[in-house]
Structure formats: structure tokens, C-alpha cells
Design a protein around this ligand. Structure first.
Ligand code: AMP
Ligand code: MG
Length: 416
């Protein structure tokens, strides 16, 4: 049985040797979750001009340091207009947040430190009383320099960056109204098992609802994929073969169930009969051991990547979080492809048994006396128990070992 590291490497080799997905140009408003195929270069300075960051009076900072308090007011500059007057010693221009600084002025005194209220009309003369040590009132006080954030021509995001909601404002600022991204990979989702009923039904005595289908659809859509729901596959060669054939037309086929060692575990055999070449089957990991990965080469077009995920929902989830997501990121041309993780310490003692490394549902510790950044393993009954996942924020990775884990021991944390 291969290790998790070997499984990652096999995926990286196999998927990394394929050409990336075709690219397409789409509106920024539809770009969240997509991977940039071209770097984004700014076409503007930010800010585009020296600007005030306060409502107040633009002055030459030297005047304040020299103890000048009375100023003749030249004009009012609001955001969206350009100044027309040059500020000289003894003069000031009223200025609003975001408005361009007039030439000659290098700092702003807040309106609160003047003898007028912020709603008052602009006076001809104003008294400004700086309330701090005057030697600290220097160039740039309450004002920003042109291009202080970034300059025209600067790289904003490299190719391979996955666009997050927080990135959209910045992309808008630099005029990226259209972005070139990888097209969405298509993912066929096929949960299998005679015991499964749709989540809209009430299960009979021997039945359970299909959790994996909706979950795999949701995770893949969240990763920027387009999903095709193949319904529920029954545990028969006929039904599974027909549905698998449909799924093999897509970029990915994700199956759940039927991949381990039961008498109804028909999936690997049917995949093989359809020409899918196995890359690996079974990974030394808990939960999720029976996972299958294979590739179907096609005469025309791209190959189909096939993952047979174990039926238990948390096993399926871990297979997707670790392996399917990695393959999808590689295909989409993303720069960092493995799931994000960070070192953490356990907030409480913990026992895992067996010779496989474990991914355990957890979250940032909420105990008052927990170490900063500590993670808390949740009460969990194993791979069929989705209830704990409802409270989890990620997975805690613990290498295989026999002894109990103590609070404070180093682990790896994989946030969702
Ligand atoms: P299998 O891998 O087919 O042997 O399934 C392992 C366990 O996962 C069994 O208890 C199944 O009932 C359960 N299971 C399989 N598929 C699903 C599914 N789509 N949703 C929820 N549980 C499932
Ligand atoms: Mg089954």
C-alpha cells in the first residue's frame, strides 16, 4: 500500500504531464474560484495622485511646525475634482477624503482641529491648532503619496493565482474587467450503493440518504468546477457500467462507494473493463484507505481522471480534500496544488489507534487557556460520522503511532 506522500507524487506526475485546461476570458464578476492564466499588471498608480485621507485643510507642513495658526482658505477640493490653486505659506485649501492634494501642500490638518464644524460652509480664513508635538507634523501627515500602494506596470497577481472574493476589489481597481482563466473542469459525480436514497426521500429500514453525491457536487463547484450529477448508481454491473460510461466523457469522474473489498464492490473491475488504467488503489491513510485513482486515455480530447472514493462520507471527504482537489488545481494551472496546511499543537490529549496516519476532524481551540493557534480534536465516531464535521473547521493530521498524543504536541492542521 502506498503512502499519502506517494499518492500525491503519483497525482502530480500523472496530472502534471497533461496539458492544462483550455483558457477562456470571462467577466470579473464571475471569476471567483477561477485560476488566472495570465498575470495581471496594473494600468494605474494607486493612489493615482497624492491624496488626502482626512476631511480637513491641506497645508504646507512647515507652516504648522513654524507655529502658523491662521490661514487664508484658497478653495474647496472634493473627491472627483482637481485642485486649481497652489498652497503657499499662510494659505490652506479645504480638502475632503480621497481628493487630490494641491501643489504646495504636503499634509492635512483634520477639520476637527479647526475653528469650523465639518458641516459649516468653507470660510475665507481658518484657524488650525495642531494638537500634537508640532515637530511631528511632517510631510505625508494624513496624506498619501501617489503610487504608495502600487505603481502602474506592477504585477498584481501572477498566472496560477486562484481568485478569491477578497481579490475582486483589487482586480477592479486595476481595470481587470475581463480575466483570462482556465475553463471550468467538468466533473461527473456518481455515488453508488443499493442502500442509497435521494436526500429528498425518507429512507426505509435498510436505507440511508445519499450524503456523498450532494457533498461532492458542492465541494467541486466550490473549487471552480462544473458538476454533472449522474444520480445514484445501483450495485449491479449493468447499471454501473451504463452510468460510468456517461461519466467518462467528462474531465473527471468521481465515484463513491464500491471500491473496497466487499462482494458488492464492483467499481474497480468495471472501470478496468472500460479501459481506465489504474494509477493507484488503496492509500495508507485513515480514514479513506480504499481510494482508487485511474486515467482513461481517449482517442480525441483530454483523458478522464477517475477517482473511486470510499463510500463512508468522511472517507470520501478526505479523498476529495487531499487528492481530487490536488488533481483539479494542477489541471486548472494553479501554482500551489496540495491542500494548505500549517503546523499546530493539540489543545487536548488524543488517542488514535492503528498503523495508518490519521486525519481527524478539528477546529481552532476554543478553551480559554489553550495555547495560541492550538487545535482541538473533536469527538468523532469515525468515517461514517458527519456530525462532527458540522463543528469542524479542518482536519488534524497525526502520523501513525501507538502512544497517546499529549496536549501541546506538534501536529499538522489542514483548514477547510
Ligand atoms: P462502500 O464503500 O460502498 O462499502 O460503503 C461504505 C459505507 O459507506 C457503507 O456503510 C455505505 O452505506 C456508506 N455509503 C456509501 N455511499 C454513501 C453515500 N453516497 N452517502 C452516505 N453513505 C454512503
Ligand atoms: Mg457500497
Amino acid at each position: 500500500m502506498i503512502s499519502v506522500e506517494e499518492a500525491f507524487q503519483l497525482i502530480e506526475q500523472r496530472v502534471g504531464s497533461l496539458p492544462p485546461l483550455e483558457s477562456e476570458t470571462i467577466p470579473l464578476s464571475a471569476s471567483v474560484g477561477r485560476v488566472l492564466r495570465k498575470q495581471i499588471i496594473s494600468d494605474v498608480d494607486s493612489p493615482p495622485h497624492n491624496k488626502s485621507v482626512m476631511d480637513g485643510f491641506a497645508v504646507a507642513s512647515r507652516d504648522i511646525r513654524d507655529g502658523v495658526t491662521n490661514f487664508r482658505v484658497l478653495e474647496t477640493i472634493v473627491a472627483g475634482t482637481m485642485p486649481t490653486q497652489t498652497v503657499n505659506s499662510g494659505t490652506a485649501s479645504r480638502i475632503m477624503t480621497g481628493a487630490p492634494m494641491p501643489s504646495g501642500a504636503d499634509a492635512v490638518v483634520m477639520v476637527e482641529l479647526s475653528n469650523i464644524g465639518y458641516n459649516d460652509p468653507t470660510p475665507e480664513e481658518v484657524t488650525l491648532l495642531w494638537n500634537g508635538p508640532v515637530e511631528k507634523f511632517t510631510t505625508g501627515k494624513h496624506a498619501m503619496q501617489r503610487a504608495q500602494n502600487f505603481a502602474k506596470g506592477q504585477t498584481i497577481f501572477p498566472a496560477g493565482h486562484r481568485i478569491r472574493p477578497v481579490d475582486v476589489g483589487l482586480l477592479a481597481e486595476v481595470g481587470a474587467a475581463q480575466v483570462e482563466v482556465s475553463r471550468k473542469p467538468t466533473v461527473a459525480v456518481l455515488p453508488t450503493g443499493d442502500e442509497l436514497v435521494d436526500c429528498s426521500s425518507v429512507p426505509g429500514d435498510s436505507q440511508i440518504r445519499n450524503s456523498n453525491g450532494p457533498m461532492l457536487n458542492a465541494i467541486c463547484q466550490n473549487m471552480g468546477a462544473e458538476t454533472i450529477d449522474l444520480g445514484i448508481g445501483g450495485d449491479s454491473v449493468g447499471d454501473l457500467t451504463a452510468k460510468i460510461k456517461k461519466g467518462l466523457d467528462q474531465d473527471f469522474l468521481l465515484l463513491s462507494g464500491g471500491v473496497s473489498a466487499g462482494t458488492m464492490d464492483l467499481v474497480p473491475g468495471i472501470l478496468q473493463s472500460q479501459g481506465v488504467v489504474q494509477v493507484f488503489h488503496k492509500v495508507k491513510v485513515k480514514p479513506g484507505k480504499p481510494i482508487f485513482f485511474g486515467v482513461l486515455e481517449r482517442d480525441s480530447g483530454r483523458p478522464c481522471l477517475v477517482f473511486g472514493l470510499p463510500g463512508n462520507p468522511v472517507s470520501s471527504l478526505i479523498g476529495v480534500h487531499l487528492f481530487v482537489s490536488t488533481a483539479m488545481r494542477i489541471m486548472m494551472g494553479q501554482t500551489n496544488c496540495r491542500p494548505a496546511s500549517r503546523p499546530a499543537v493539540l489543545s487536548a490529549p488524543h488517542q488514535t489507534r492503528g498503523d495508518r496516519p490519521t486525519y481527524w476532524p478539528g477546529r481552532l481551540a476554543t478553551e480559554e487557556n489553550a495555547a495560541p493557534g492550538a487545535v482541538e480534536p473533536l469527538r468523532w465516531n469515525g468515517s461514517s460520522d458527519l456530525f462532527s464535521l458540522g463543528a469542524a473547521e479542518g482536519l488534524i493530521f497525526m502520523p501513525a503511532r501507538e502512544e497517546r498524543w499529549d496536549a501541546g504536541e506538534q501536529v499538522l492542521y489542514f483548514p477547510f
